[in-house]
Design a protein around this ligand. Structure first.
Ligand SMILES: Cc1cc2nc3c(=O)[nH]c(=O)nc-3n(C[C@H](O)[C@H](O)[C@H](O)COP(=O)(O)O)c2cc1C
Length: 195
């Protein structure tokens, strides 16, 4: 059986981002389960702030590239920073563009095509005690609205500034186990749903 493809990305482009670190650590963990992870960096996509007037002049090429990446992976893991109890503007803007219909396009005229039926796990990391957990609840609502199957498990890494070693690995067994359980459930559900 082919290895399960899973797209992993963080809602931050910050150089020292804890959520980018968590996404990279999750990529390694996914390989333990013989999955085929793609670690995507939002910094590699030139996506402006959404504006329908701008969109009317043509959807940016990188939005189409992002839609392709999303659509070609049946499972995703999003590592979500928490800003003011919610997820980041970067993540919202990215997902808004990715879900917006491309007028007249053979494939992407259907706005939610890249989202429907995806099995999506969320995790978060924050220097705070709750580890950004509240951002995941808001993100889950958005994902459900777009037709994703949101994975029931989640994991939040609190005190994230102390959570990773120099090689970017999670130091504590509790966080490693939590991320392993999350990825295992995600891959299991993806297989069961035939997503
Ligand atoms: C505008 C703003 C609001 C924030 N609000 C929260 C918050 O509600 N809860 C929290 O745990 N951290 C909050 N933080 C701190 C972030 O969790 C922290 O900056 C974190 O490092 C961001 O994620 P990153 O490291 O992946 O970039 C906030 C940071 C900013 C800039």
């Amino acid at each position: 059986m082919a290895a399960m493809k899973i797209l992993i990305f963080a809602g931050s482009t910050r150089q020292q981002s804890h959520n980018r670190r968590l996404a990279a650590a999750a990529t390694e963990i996914a390989r333990e389960f013989s999955a085929q992870p793609t670690l995507l960096e939002l910094s590699q996509f030139d996506i402006p702030m959404y504006n329908a007037d701008l969109e009317a002049r043509g959807t940016p090429a990188d939005v189409l590239r992002l839609k392709e990446e999303m659509h070609s992976h049946p499972a995703w893991l999003i590592c979500s920073p928490e800003y003011n109890g919610s997820y980041t503007a970067l993540l919202k803007n990215t997902l808004d563009w990715a879900s917006s219909p491309v007028a007249g396009h053979a494939q992407w005229a259907d706005g939610t095509l890249a989202f429907r039926g995806k099995v999506v796990a969320t995790a978060s990391a924050s220097p705070g005690g709750l580890g950004g957990l509240r951002s995941q609840a808001h993100l889950a609502a958005l994902l459900l609205n777009l037709g994703c199957w949101v994975v029931p498990r989640s994991h939040a890494v609190g005190q994230a500034h102390e959570a990773f070693d120099e090689a970017g690995r999670l130091k504590s067994g509790r966080h490693l186990d939590g991320m392993r359980a999350l990825l295992e459930q995600t891959l299991w559900a993806t297989q069961r749903l035939g997503a």
